[in-house]
Design a protein around this ligand. Sequence first.
Ligand code: IMP
Length: 433
Amino acid sequence: MSTQSVFGAQWGDEGKGKIIDLLAREADVVVRYQGGANAGHTVVVGTEKYVLHLLPSGILHEGKINMIGNGVAVDPVVLLQEIDELAARGHRIGPDRLRLSAAAHAILEVHKRIDHASERWRGDGRIGTTGRGIGPAYADKAFRTGLRMADLIDSKRLRQRLTAFLAEKNALLERVHGAEPFDLEEVHAVCSRVGARLAPFVTDTGRELRRLWREGKGILFEGAQGVMLDIDHGTYPFVTSSSTGVGGIAPGAGFPPNAIERAYGVAKAYCTRVGEGPFPSELNGREADRIREAGNEYGATTGRPRRCGWLDAVALRYALELNGATGLVITNLDVLTGFEEILVCTGYRVDGRTLQDYPAERADLGDLKPVYERHRGWHEDITATRSFEELPEAARDYVEWVESLLGFPIVMVSVGPERDQVIPRPDRVPALT
Ligand code: IMP
């Protein structure tokens, strides 16, 4: 069986959930390796819609092992809520199906309060975070003050770690942010309660994962957010706090990097972004509204309207190159139906020059002006199309044109939110060497 990974190749919300859900059918193990409850994967199964924040998408399939790796920042309260909600809808989640890394860091209420408070300090430079405590939790991980799942399930250690942690955080909250401090006993009670419930799931996921891989099991790594939000390679500082691409797998799951055989990037046929930060091909006005409504572009986690724009082929090529993508999945092609002309950003104008490559070396990416090329649109409804040949000629040409602009094969095209609204292109999937 193969080892595959799926990553977001734009600013998140590319429709990874559905693609992961499709590929999960062939996998035995589905693994999250970074991010936290800032992610929101929407999966539609028949008439049922599921929004998952922390649970891997494979959780909706019977008989799969789902792992939350050490690189994920886990809000234990949210995780338990998700487990309970799925249970209420008939999906029993036991330790046979869900494994949680002992080394995954916990997001506590403290982190969320600091997340909100820090945004206020940033003023015009605010990131527009999801408010889920992601940045402060990863900061604590790097600062070595964080609490991990192993701490939550060990009552003696929990009190010790928590006492030191809260003393510092309360000083920060009160003296720097002018915010309410937390009561040690209350936080301890919450941590003990969630720790006790999560204890059966907690393990060394890396060791289990490597064993399953040695046994020949199919493994699927599920990325959250997107490459342009990567802490190192994204539009810093308007990024999230983890390594969102394939490079995050080895440290975030405890898995050998050379064992990852396939890496699929997922991108919409246009672009969206939530939160602040550079977005060269952003649209305003009627065209943006049209994409937003047709694509239902509202955040799965926060409900915020997403910023919308044309496909940015420069940023997308950068994301695919950076991750050594085996191929690209284009989603939401149906949203472009009805446009007379479809634009794609193929360069940036800046300082009197035109750039063909993504200028990651620039401190300020906010002044890049898009250079567009145009393609004719189509008017036919494509949502029931299941083979590439059945697509209108203009849609086929568009996909092939984007493929040539990027230099990466487009291995699937999705034409609607349902699991089966996907057009496979098996001839584009490179054989394993
Ligand atoms: P944080 O991850 O909550 O710290 O937010 C940092 C930035 O990443 C903000 O611009 C968020 O809107 C964005 N972000 C975080 N998670 C997602 C996601 O799953 N989809 C899209 N944007 C996200």
